[in-house]
Design a protein around this ligand. Structure first.
Ligand SMILES: O=C(O)CCC(=O)C(=O)O
Ligand SMILES: [Fe+2]
Length: 289
């Protein structure tokens, strides 16, 4: 009995054990399912799904160290009161306050092999992308979007960040937390179901060419509050490219640190020409209408 309890404890306390079991089972029949039918259904309805504790702790520690190495030497990772002054990111030098806490490390970070290993080459992350978009159909990303940080601005009194849609073409967005993200701590925020609402207002499956009716739909969605996705280090959020989302404000005492990357199908150029009237899930082999 004790042995069974211990196996159960390991399965649920350490997702990696579970993932390994799935991967091993999948290896024998060539089919790996990292998302359950319920999780795929959740993604279809809400436009996102979260897998917890997926990333490798050592690679995450390396990514956090890399992030701090790019901050001024006056920044003490243990002391939020030191996090002010000029930083340098893809926008060049600016203060934390200038960008309302946002610091985006792109440049060389986008192609660092250990960051590619951390996220897009993680077997579970790539496996989920393939499960949703089609086995053998997903292009291996050559780069990540970057390490995106939101530093706290505790007493800013700013209004909430409005949701947006990304302009560049891709199928599946991935946001992975490198550290704990608490309430009002800069969580990735989503408007569940907004992918279904905005999709018909675009002319094609993938390109950023919208009908004049899109703005009205966005105004309508804006009236609703987004949902903050809280989580811990290694949690990964998978989201549909037409999902309204935002990097929310951080009023906490820690930095919101996330690695983002995009997955696209190998035939993505083609889907930029297919009319959206063909249906929301046309390019998603793993999701049925
Ligand atoms: O940093 C985040 O949480 C979101 C970033 C984002 O939405 C973007 O880069 O388009
Ligand atoms: Fe975005």
């Amino acid at each position: 009995m004790k042995a069974i309890q211990s196996v159960f404890h390991r399965l649920f306390a350490e997702p990696s054990v579970l993932q390994k079991l799935f991967a091993e089972r999948g290896a024998s029949n060539g089919r790996v399912s990292f998302l359950s039918a319920e999780e795929v259904a959740f993604f279809r309805v809400n436009g996102y799904v979260v897998k917890r504790g997926v990333l490798d702790p050592e690679k995450m520690a390396r990514a956090r160290d890399y992030m701090w190495s790019k901050m001024p030497p006056t920044f003490d990772p243990e002391s939020w009161t030191t996090w002010s002054g000029t930083v340098e990111d893809y926008k060049g030098p600016h203060t934390i306050a200038d960008t309302l806490g946002r610091v985006k490390l792109r440049g060389e970070a986008r192609e660092l092999p250990f960051l590619l290993d951390l996220l897009p080459r993680n077997p579970v992350v790539f496996g989920v992308a393939e499960q949703l978009l089609g086995r053998g159909s997903v292009a291996a990303p050559k780069r990540i979007r970057g390490i995106y940080c939101t530093f706290p601005l505790p007493d800013s009194g700013l209004p909430p960040v409005p949701g947006h849609l990304d302009l560049h073409p891709y199928h599946l967005g991935v946001t992975a937390y490198l550290d704990q993200v608490l309430e009002c701590g800069g969580a990735f925020t989503v408007w569940p179901g907004s992918h279904r609402a905005v999709f018909p207002h675009f002319k094609t499956l993938l390109a950023n060419e919208a009908e004049g009716t899109l703005q009205g739909e966005l105004n309508r969605l804006e009236g609703k509050a987004g949902v903050e996705i809280l989580g811990g280090a290694g949690d990964v959020i998978f989201w549909h490219h037409r999902l309204l989302h935002a990097a929310s404000r951080n009023r906490g005492r820690t930095v919101r640190q996330a690695v983002l990357c995009d997955f696209s199908r190998k035939d993505a150029d083609h889907s930029g020409r297919i009319p959206s009237s063909r249906g929301l899930w046309t390019s998603w082999d793993g999701v049925s209408e």
